[in-house]
Design a protein around this ligand. Structure first.
Ligand SMILES: Cc1cc2nc3c(=O)[nH]c(=O)nc-3n(C[C@H](O)[C@H](O)[C@H](O)COP(=O)(O)O)c2cc1C
Length: 342
């Protein structure tokens, strides 16, 4: 066994974060820029996600920029655990310092390296372009591992334009990575076509570190089929937006899709968490990003969509969802009742 291989085995034997979480059933919330913020992570964690991953954070920004520990991309919600912080970058020294800063500021359970972001502005700075220069990625992992005792993982796509995932994964494993997540598309494919789970299974068979598969899981049934392909777990992104109960199904085997009332209650809670986390009492700024999320809790209530995509305040959300939430009063109704003696 190589030295790096021995290192990986010994940190697994010690029960590193990933090994201990993978000892139970469940699925993982994917990192999604613009979505996997503290409120979404909290809802997924409550439903039994094995771990959640932050939106990607620029290593350069953390180390050289004006970012502070209040950076909302990395900041945990109160009491948050099992949250992995994802970094992107391409310089070993910067990544090593970013790992230390992230560890000090954000108390992550583990650190993940982004090797899959296809967005052009990220090219040359890390993300999926590391798939064209895997040797750089291996150096990054070595530097990150040397900077922390936490588990370090990498999230890759199959390749830049062709599948070279087995070769890349083997190099990452040799560099000491504790876990690899594979999104079964090339960077060139972006989000088109279908994720190639045969390719993900080939990676899982080729390395001796746990491999988590990612791509197109929208139901517990699909997740269970994918789990039979030899992966250690599955990661769910878009399918979990508006449906955190997928995590409950995979953690507990309880497959019931909640009633519209429970889903409406959770949508309202999402809006409340959003306002609380971003500490904006008016919700004027912070509810805007939820406009694309809230209708996904209620796909069977298309009549609410037009109003849900225009909400500004939590009060608006409460008003729009009122038909599904008997017993929840709006501030306006409170005001009316307040003047009436029983
Ligand atoms: C809006 C959006 C943002 C994403 N941001 C990230 C990111 O910051 N880091 C990352 O590694 N992957 C990111 N991804 C990829 C997802 O983590 C996941 O691998 C991909 O969406 C496939 O899984 P899904 O079909 O379950 O969504 C993003 C995907 C979407 C749709």
């Amino acid at each position: 066994m190589t030295e790096a291989g021995a290192h990986t085995k010994s940190s697994q034997a010690k029960g590193g974060f990933y090994a201990s979480r993978l000892a139970q059933p469940g699925a993982v919330l994917a990192p999604m820029a613009g979505y996997s913020d503290a409120p979404l992570r909290q809802l997924a964690a409550e439903q039994g996600a094995l771990w959640t991953v932050s939106e990607m954070i620029s290593a350069r920004g953390l180390v050289l920029g004006g970012d502070t520990e209040n950076l909302t991309l990395g900041r945990p919600f109160e009491g948050e655990s099992n949250r992995v912080v994802q970094l992107f970058g391409a310089e070993p020294e910067i990544l090593a310092r970013a790992v230390q800063k992230a560890e000090a500021w954000f108390s992550p359970a583990a650190i993940d390296l982004n090797m899959g972001c296809p967005v052009p502005k990220i090219r040359g700075k890390g993300g999926a372009c590391l798939l064209q220069t895997p040797d750089v990625a291996f150096e990054l992992i070595t530097a990150m591992k040397a900077a922390t005792t936490l588990d370090v993982s990498a999230k890759i796509r199959l390749g830049w334009d062709t599948d070279r995932s087995v070769e890349v994964a083997q190099g990452l494993a040799a560099a000491g990575v504790n876990l690899i997540t594979v999104h079964g598309r090339t960077s060139q494919q972006r989000y088109t076509g279908e994720a190639d789970w045969d390719a993900i299974a080939r990676v899982a068979a080729a390395v001796d570190v746990p491999v988590v598969g990612s791509g197109d899981i929208k139901s517990a049934q699909t997740a269970r089929e994918r789990l039979r392909l030899g992966v250690a777990s599955v990661m769910i992104g878009r399918g979990a937006v508006g449906n955190p109960w997928l995590f409950r199904a995979l953690a507990s085997g309880l497959d019931t899709y909640p009633s519209a009332q429970e889903r409406a209650r959770t949508a309202l809670r999402h809006a409340e968490l959003q306002t609380r986390f971003y500490d904006d009492q008016t919700g004027r700024l912070t509810l805007r990003p939820l406009r694309k999320v809230l209708p996904q809790y209620l796909p069977d209530h298309p009549e609410l969509r037009d109003d849900l995509v225009q909400v500004v305040t939590v009060e608006d959300v409460r008003r729009v969802l009122a038909p599904l939430l008997p017993g929840v009063t709006t501030t306006h109704e409170h005001a009316r009742y307040a003047g009436t003696r029983p």
